[in-house]
Design a protein around this ligand. Structure first.
Ligand SMILES: Cc1ncc(COP(=O)(O)O)c(C=O)c1O
Length: 381
């Protein structure tokens, strides 16, 4: 069997239709969108076409969309962009955000802003009452992700956003993992900033976007030209923007089917595990009711995550033990730690994330290989 990729939450293969759009642009178009000549105008038309298409698929105005270099940049732009529009104050976020948010908050903390990191329950969900209790007179920004990248837990962002609106507090949402799984209609959501990236939805790496509600403050992070209405200087990523637009179109159109397929793949994996190793041999980390269908985080107590990952890799199966940025180290995931799980569950968690190209045969194969690996390790142990 060919290698099996179950790490779509880290990055996804580029969809052939996206690659086709990008290839056409890369081979046929060149020039700088800021140039006034015909080459420049043609490029500008493509970028604005991509902006129009994305905005229409996500339900915002084209002027509310800022192209960035990816999810990390979008998160940083939102947080620093809101914070630097004022002096000092209090920000509320959660303990399970991506490091793009957490490390940005740590930096802001060093600069004199105060930050509250909300706890989560054992399924990774934030409680509204904890948010309410954390509010202060000087709270100016709340940042909560729509869906978590390690365990897939979905947060109640509409309720949080309504509360933020009521109190006149800005609200940023990292929707990087949620796009393509959860319907998003920006103008209907009580949200001021929302971060996206193309490479999680079968688009290219190195391009993302930030929704900035009209009127929401945004201090720029980059200085230079007046691209993106002065909000993000730098020559635009032409092929990336067009590829991203195609990926968003496919992700939104295919959302329902994708969720169904993801669920079927997960069920196939779990059925295989139940038959092979038995339900008592593993624990699922996340929220069964509010969760992304394509992310399944499973602990195999007694087998360390790195040992399992190495064995899976030897069998040609690519999975992950947490976010890609920390999976090179043995460090226990901050997300699972915040969920307060038992130690043997923390140290043995594996994230399987499915997507384009995965089949039910692959999931059966993975379940069988996990059984083989566990048997092998138990005999050895
Ligand atoms: C929830 C979340 N936010 C932000 C990012 C960063 O996005 P990018 O890789 O495009 O910088 C990721 C990527 O893993 C993510 O999962």
């Amino acid at each position: 069997m060919k290698p099996i990729y179950l790490d779509h939450a880290a990055s996804t293969p580029v969809h052939p239709e996206v690659a086709e759009v990008m290839m056409k642009i890369m081979t046929e178009q060149f020039g700088n969108a800021s140039s006034v000549h015909a080459f420049g105008r043609s490029v500008k038309k493509i970028i604005n076409g991509a902006r129009d298409a994305i905005s229409s698929n996500l339900g915002c105005s084209p002027d509310e969309w800022v192209f960035t270099g990816g999810g990390t940049e979008s998160d940083n732009l939102a947080l620093f962009g809101a914070a630097y529009s004022r002096k000092g104050g209090h920000i509320i976020t959660t303990a399970i955000e991506h490091h793009a948010v957490l490390h940005a908050c740590e930096e802001l903390e060093k600069e004199g802003y105060s930050i509250t990191y909300l706890p989560v329950d054992q399924t990774g969900r934030v409680a509204l009452k904890d948010l309410e209790a954390a509010l202060r007179d000087d709270t100016f920004l709340i940042s909560v992700m729509l869906a978590n990248n390690e365990v897939g837990t979905v947060q109640p962002i509409e309720e949080i956003g309504r509360l933020a609106r009521e109190k006149g507090i800005l609200f940023h949402v990292d929707a990087v993992q949620a796009l393509g799984s959860i319907p998003i209609s920006l103008s209907d959501l009580p949200v001021d900033y929302m971060s996206f990236t193309a490479h999680k939805i079968n688009g290219p790496q190195g391009i993302g976007g930030l929704y900035v509600r009209r009127g929401a403050p945004l201090h720029p992070r980059l200085y230079g030209g007046l691209q993106e209405r002065g909000r993000r200087a730098g020559t635009e990523n032409l092929a990336g923007a067009a590829g991203f637009a195609k990926a968003v179109e496919l992700a939104v159109k295919g959302q329902a089917a994708r969720n169904e397929e993801s669920l079927a793949l997960r069920n196939r994996l779990l059925e295989g595990l139940d038959q092979g190793i038995g339900r008592d041999s593993y624990k699922i980390n996340g929220n069964a009711e509010h969760g992304l269908a394509h992310i399944t985080n499973i602990s195999f107590p007694g087998v360390r995550s790195d040992v399992m990952l190495m064995n899976l890799d030897m069998e040609g199966i690519a999975a992950s033990s947490g976010s890609a940025c920390t999976s090179g180290s043995l460090e226990i995931s901050h997300v699972l730690k915040a969920m307060n799980l038992a130690d043997d569950r923390l140290s043995s968690a594996i994230r399987f994330s499915t997507g384009l190209g995965n089949t039910s045969e692959e999931m059966e194969h993975v379940a069988r290989k996990i059984e083989t690996i566990l048997n092998r390790l138990r005999i050895k142990g």
